[in-house]
Every structure is written in C-alpha cells, then in structure tokens.
Write a protein that binds this ligand. Sequence first.
Ligand SMILES: Nc1ncnc2c1ncn2[C@@H]1O[C@H](COP(=O)(O)OP(=O)(O)OP(=O)(O)O)[C@@H](O)[C@H]1O
Ligand SMILES: [Mg+2]
Length: 265
Amino acid sequence: MLLEIKDLSVSYRNDEGEVNPAAIDVNLTLDRGQVLGIVGESGSGKSTVSMSVARLLPSPPAFYPKGRILLDGVDMLTLPLPELRKMRGRKIGVIFQDPMGSLSPLHRIGEQLVETILLHEKMSPKAAEAMALEWLGKVGIPDPAVRARAYPHELSGGMQQRVMIAMGLMLGPDLVIADEPTTALDVTIQAQVLRLMRDLHQSNSGVLLITHDLGVVSQMATKLAVMKDGRVVETTDDPAAFFEMPKHPYSQGLIREAKRMELEA
Ligand SMILES: Nc1ncnc2c1ncn2[C@@H]1O[C@H](COP(=O)(O)OP(=O)(O)OP(=O)(O)O)[C@@H](O)[C@H]1O
Ligand SMILES: [Mg+2]
C-alpha cells in the first residue's frame, strides 16, 4: 500500500491553549494508480489531513494526538526533518491552491525548477535546464525558453498554476497531493489543468485530490472519501455509484447542493 492513514487525529492549539480538533480518527488508504478524492464542506478537515501527509502543517499550532501516516511503510509523523525534505518533491509532489504561496517571488521560474531538480537528481545543470523547459512545455506553457526567464508575478494565475503543477509532477513522485489545484483558475482553464494532471501523473503513482468540486471529483477519482467535522463519514471505491446513490445523509445533501448549483450555473 502506498499510503495508509491510520486512526489519525490532528488538532490545533490556539494562544489561549484551547484545542480545536480538526481531524478525528481518520482512516484512509491509497494505492499506486489510484486517485483518492476527498470532498466535504469548508472547514471539514480536508487540508488538515492532506497537509499532514507531507508534514506541511506548521506545528505549533498543529499537533498530532493520535495515529500514523505510513508512506510505503515509513511513518511520516516521526520522520526526522532532513529525511522529510528529501521526500518532498521526489517521493511526494504537492500542488497547492495558491501558487504564489509555494513559488519564490524572487527567482525566475526556470531557476526554481532547475534548483528543485538538482536538489534531487544527479544531473548536470544543463540537463536540468533541458528537463525544466521540457516540463514547462508539458504543462502547456507556450515558449518555455522565454517564460522560464519570467518571475512568478510576471505570469498570469493560470500560468503560475501550471508552473506549480510542473514542480509537483516533474520528479515523478510516488504520491501527488493536490489541494484545490484549480480553484484559483477560471472554468475553461480548470478543465485543461485537470486533464493535464490526469495525463501527467504517472500511472504508478497515487493522487490525493482535495476539492469541494464534485464535478472534478467525479471525472478524476477512482475512490472517494467524504469528510464532515473532521471525520470521514463515507468512503467508496465506486465514485460513479456514489454519485447515483450516496449512503450517508450528509453526502446526499452535498450532491443535492452540487446539482442545484449546476442547474443555477
Ligand atoms: N492554522 C490553523 N490554526 C487553527 N485552526 C486551524 C488552522 N488551520 C485550520 N484550522 C481549523 O481546522 C479545521 C479544518 O480546517 P481545514 O483547513 O483542514 O478544512 P478544509 O476542509 O480544508 O476547508 P476548505 O474547504 O475551506 O479548504 C477548521 O475548523 C479550521 O478552522
Ligand atoms: Mg482546505
């Protein structure tokens, strides 16, 4: 099993010392070749769980009262920081909602890609540069050699998002975590980017896809988890059947709401 989340609880502690449990007894598994969609309303704990997997939650305020996160059998929660850094990029690729949050504003995007490649791969700077340009092309950025010289703020939101997707996928990570990867984009680009992600993620990797967009999930996910108030309330290995006949009343409500919004749109 690529990823096993076992009885995971994650809480946040505020300045007054009060504890807010954001994930409670979460159990999820993801194999290579699968896309696990996590859906649920805002604040249900989707990002908390997914960011925990890459240990990207600032801690404090986050802490882990309970549970394990095994990535190929390695417990992410007890992994020393240097080993964790080695894993990010190579073993885990992360695609965030906000590209500016993970791209450095101070460096040209080509440099950032090359730097990430050289951090993980034994190759010459020249080969790394060729690889960076190849990936800019793969994610649909026109004139890669020209755009590689741009700073993030010189690119549109959609282009930034594509750079981040290249960053998340180019090292062929075993696990791709995409948290609302397309929310910041307009609708036509969203579809394009999702198709890219589906085509580009290697078939022997697993994808954890977080979104509140049920349309996106129904197109991409091979399995599904519904979260509410920090808990997983329903899981299925058959998303199509789930959309026809969700078991949990909360899931039924989510789908009803999504269909209503579709009609209004
Ligand atoms: N840094 C933080 N400090 C304190 N509480 C937090 C922090 N981040 C998240 N929370 C709380 O944890 C709970 C779960 O939040 P989380 O961001 O995981 O939800 P989400 O499902 O990703 O929501 P959204 O769809 O809005 O992204 C919420 O109650 C939220 O307020
Ligand atoms: Mg979130």
